[in-house]
Design a protein around this ligand. Structure first.
Ligand code: HEM
Length: 492
C-alpha cells in the first residue's frame, strides 16, 4: 500500500520534472541568440532579465561589464543597449536608416496604439511627423509668435514666483508654464496656474512619467496578457492616461463646435483641415483618433522634458551661486533690466548660452531617449542585431562620455566655451538625440530653455530654502528629474 503510494508520488513528481525540463528546453531553443548577438547578463529561464532595473545608472554599469553593445531579455523580447558617443552616433547618424522604427512597448502601446508621432511607424509616422513639424514651426507668424508666446508666459511665471511668500517648490509652476506654450500652439489658449482641472492633468502626467520608469511597471512589458488582470503601477498608468485623454477629448470637442475651416487658429484646426484633404488616403492616418494621440504626444514629450531641464537649471544655479552671478552679470551687461530677453540676445551671451547647454548635458533629462527598433538585419560595434530587435541608445553615456568631456560628472559651463570665452558647439551634445527620429520639438525646446532661464535670472536671485539640502542626485525613471526642492526667489 505504502509502496504503491510512493510509486504514484514519484510518478507524479517525475512527470512534473519532465514537463519542466521540456518547457525549459523549448524556452532555451526559442530564445537562443543568433551567432554574434551582443552579450549580456545571464537571463533567468522563462522570465529573462525582468528583474534588471532599466534606469540609466544600471545600464551604465552593465555597459562597463559587458561592453558598449550588450543585450537583455524580458520574457522572449530581446533588447540591445548601445552606449558611448562613437557607437551611439554610428547608430543614429551613420546607420540612420537602420534604426528608424519604434518597437511595440506594451505599456505604451495599450494607450498610443502605434498612432500619433512618437510611437508610430512607417507611412503614418512620416505623414504625422511632417505635419507636426510644419505646424509647430509655422503656426501664427512662425518663430516670432512662438518667441512672443514664451515671453508672455515668462511674465506670468515671474508674477507667480513674486507672489510666493517664502520658500516654495517651483515644479508645477514650471510644468504649467512650459505646457502652456504647447497648449497655445495646440489648443490656441493657455491655462491659469491655479486652474485645478488643468493642474490635475499635469499631476496625472507627472505621476505617469514616474510610474512608467518603475521596474514593476516593466513587468507588464514582459507579460502583458498576464499582468493585464493583475494590480500594479501599470493599472494606475492606464487610468491616468484615460483621464488625460478625456481632458484632450473635451478640448477637441470645443474646437469642433466653433471650427471655421477657412480660418485655422491652431494645431487642432489645421489638423481638422488636413483630415478633409487626406480623406482619400486613410493610411496617412489623419483622423480624430490619431489627432488625440498626436496631442498626447506633444504634451508628454514637450512638457516633462523641458520643465525638468529648467528645474535642473534652477537647482544648479543655487548649488553654484558664483555661476548664477556670472550669468546675471552677462544679462545685466547685454540686456539690462528695462526689457525682456529675446532670441536675438543669444549670440551676444556666450556664457549664458554655455550654462544653458551645460544644464542640459548635466541634467540629462531623457537619459535613454526613446527605444527604437532595427528595421533590417544590421551589424553594430562588430555585433549582429537582427531585424525587429529593440535598440536603446544610451544618450546619458554620450553626455557623460569620458573621451568627449573634460569633467563629465561635474557641472562645468567651460565645456561649451573656448579660450576666448566664446560659445563652442560640441559633437557629443545629443540631449535631443539625432537622426530621423530626433526630437521634433528641439527648436521650440531650445527657445523655451534660453528664454525662460534668462528671464528668471534677470528678475530673481535663487537660493535654497532654510534647512534645504540640495542634492544633485536625481530621481531615476523614464526621465531623470531633480528631487523636489524648495527655493527662495528674491527679486533683483
Ligand atoms: C528639453 C526638452 C526636450 C528634450 C531633452 C527632448 C528629448 C527628446 C528625445 C531624446 C527624443 C527621442 C529621440 C529618438 O528616439 O532618437 C524626443 C522625441 C520627441 N520629442 Fe522631444 N525633447 C524635448 C522637448 C520636446 C518638445 C518641447 C516637444 C514638443 C513638440 C517634443 C516632441 C517630441 C516628439 C513628438 C518626439 C518623437 C519624435 C519621433 O518619434 O519622430 N520634445 N525628444
Amino acid at each position: 500500500m505504502i509502496f504503491d503510494y510512493i510509486l504514484e508520488y514519484l510518478n507524479l513528481q517525475s512527470c512534473l520534472i519532465g514537463i519542466f525540463i521540456f518547457l525549459l528546453l523549448i524556452d532555451i531553443i526559442k530564445n537562443k541568440n543568433p551567432s554574434n548577438f551582443p552579450p549580456g547578463p545571464m537571463p533567468l529561464p522563462f522570465v529573462g532579465n525582468v528583474f534588471t532595473e532599466l534606469d540609466f545608472k544600471t545600464i551604465d554599469k552593465l555597459a562597463e561589464e559587458y561592453g558598449e553593445v550588450f543585450s537583455l531579455r524580458w520574457g522572449s523580447e530581446k533588447a540591445v543597449f548601445i552606449s558611448g558617443y562613437k557607437l551611439v552616433k554610428e547608430a543614429l547618424v551613420t546607420q540612420l536608416d537602420n534604426f528608424t522604427e519604434r518597437p511595440v512597448v506594451p505599456l505604451f502601446h495599450k494607450v498610443f496604439k502605434g498612432l500619433g508621432v512618437a510611437l508610430s511607424n512607417g507611412y503614418l509616422w512620416k505623414n504625422q511627423r511632417k505635419f507636426a513639424i510644419t505646424h509647430l514651426r509655422y503656426i501664427g507668424e512662425g518663430k516670432k509668435s512662438l518667441e512672443l508666446s514664451i515671453q508672455q508666459e515668462s511674465n506670468f511665471l515671474c508674477d507667480a514666483f513674486k507672489a510666493e511668500q517664502g520658500p516654495f517648490d517651483p515644479q508645477f509652476y514650471l510644468y504649467n508654464a512650459v505646457s502652456n506654450i504647447i497648449s497655445a500652439l495646440v489648443f490656441g489658449h493657455r491655462f491659469e496656474y491655479h486652474d485645478e482641472k488643468f493642474l490635475n492633468v499635469l499631476r496625472l502626467e507627472a505621476e505617469t512619467v514616474i510610474l512608467s520608469g518603475s521596474t514593476k511597471a516593466q513587468l507588464y512589458n514582459a507579460f502583458p496578457r498576464l499582468f493585464e488582470y493583475l494590480p500594479g503601477p501599470h493599472q494606475k498608468m492606464f487610468s491616468n492616461y484615460a483621464k488625460i485623454l478625456d481632458f484632450l477629448r473635451d478640448e477637441l470637442r470645443k474646437h469642433k463646435e466653433d471650427w471655421d475651416p477657412s480660418d485655422p487658429r491652431d494645431f487642432i484646426d489645421n489638423y481638422l483641415v488636413e483630415m478633409e484633404k487626406k480623406k482619400s488616403d486613410p493610411e496617412a492616418g489623419f483622423n480624430l483618433e490619431t489627432l488625440l494621440i498626436a496631442m498626447l504626444d506633444m504634451f508628454e514629450a514637450g512638457t516633462e522634458t523641458a520643465s525638468t531641464t529648467i528645474r535642473w537649471g534652477l537647482l544648479c544655479m543655487m548649488k553654484y551661486p558664483d555661476i548664477q552671478k556670472k550669468v546675471q552679470d552677462e544679462i545685466d551687461r547685454v540686456i539690462g533690466q528695462s526689457r525682456q530677453p529675446s532670441m536675438a540676445d543669444k549670440p551676444n551671451m556666450p556664457y549664458t548660452d554655455a550654462v544653458v547647454h551645460e544644464i542640459q548635458r548635466f541634467g540629462n533629462a531623457v537619459p535613454l531617449g526613446f527605444p527604437k527598433m532595427a528595421c533590417k538585419d544590421t551589424t553594430l560595434g562588430g555585433y549582429f542585431i537582427p531585424k525587429g530587435t529593440s535598440v536603446t541608445t544610451n544618450l546619458s553615456s554620450v553626455l557623460k562620455d569620458k573621451t568627449m568631456w573634460e569633467t563629465p560628472e561635474k557641472f562645468n559651463p567651460g565645456h561649451f566655451l573656448d579660450d576666448q570665452g566664446q560659445f563652442i558647439k560640441k559633437d557629443a551634445f545629443l540631449p535631443f538625440s539625432a537622426g530621423r527620429r530626433a526630437c521634433l520639438g528641439e527648436q521650440l525646446a531650445r527657445m523655451e530653455l534660453f528664454l525662460f532661464f534668462t528671464f528668471l535670472l534677470q528678475r530673481f536671485t535663487f537660493s535654497p530654502g532654510p534647512e534645504e539640502k540640495l542634492s544633485l542626485d536625481g530621481q531615476l525613471g523614464f526621465t531623470y528629474a531633480p528631487q523636489p526642492f524648495r527655493m527662495v526667489a528674491v527679486l533683483r
